[in-house]
Design a protein around this ligand. Structure first.
Ligand code: 5GP
Length: 198
């Protein structure tokens, strides 16, 4: 997987409801050297409050709404969306970073952001992958562990809406067991890296 493709990189969009395990899977997959040597992960900007254990500049760049709006005006984002009460956006510069390193860019973004990119990026330059929890009950259980019931209910309602978009994604991974989900995610990334450019 050391083939350098400077200038011709792909965007790998990973979506799925909060609580499906996207963040954990991505953290773990990027510990693998073969993945790090071929992919970079975009770090989004968000206006949502930092959760315990999250670090500015590693998990997100945490900014206030005023700063976020000024970045929108400066055309700083490749895409951005409002998810529930907050804004989330992917900085454009990750594409350049990927191009310079010859690495594909992995973005963990919501379904609206994923659909926007699918529409606006050339078909052979974008791959979409949906990660889902095994059942709605399991998803609720995972979200409840995170606390704040008002937010949990909103996230469950949003998850139901997002699930309707599974059919337009290229790949679906059901995260029942983290070890198995990691192998599947690695398989998709490696296969996409090996794919001949058309
Ligand atoms: P969370 O608050 O749970 O970290 O993220 C909420 C949702 O926002 C998740 O679906 C996450 O993937 C999505 N998200 C994170 N960063 C971005 C981004 O830059 N753009 C878009 N459109 N969604 C994002």
């Amino acid at each position: 997987m050391d083939r350098k493709r400077t200038g011709r990189i792909k965007i790998i969009v990973i979506s799925g409801p909060s609580g499906a395990g996207k963040t954990t899977l991505l953290k773990r997959i990027f510990l693998r050297r073969n993945i790090r040597s071929s992919f970079i992960k975009g770090i989004s900007y968000t206006t949502r409050p930092r959760r315990r254990g999250e670090k500015d500049g590693r998990d997100y760049y945490f900014v206030d709404k005023k700063t976020f709006r000024s970045l929108i005006r400066k055309n700083f984002f490749l895409e951005y969306q409002k998810v529930l009460e907050d804004y989330y956006g992917t900085p454009k510069y990750f594409l350049n970073k990927g191009r310079l390193a010859g690495k594909d860019v992995v973005l963990c973004i919501d379904v609206k952001g994923g659909m926007y990119l699918k529409k606006n990026v050339k078909r052979d330059k974008i791959v979409t992958l949906f990660i889902s929890a095994p059942t709605a009950e399991e998803l609720s259980k995972r979200l409840r562990k995170r606390g704040d019931m008002a937010i949990v209910n909103k996230r469950i309602a949003l998850a139901k809406k997002e699930l309707q978009f599974v059919k337009v994604y290229d790949y679906l991974i059901i995260n029942q067991n983290i070890k198995e989900a990691l192998s599947l995610l690695e398989a998709v990334l490696v296969a996409e890296r090996l794919r001949r450019d058309r």
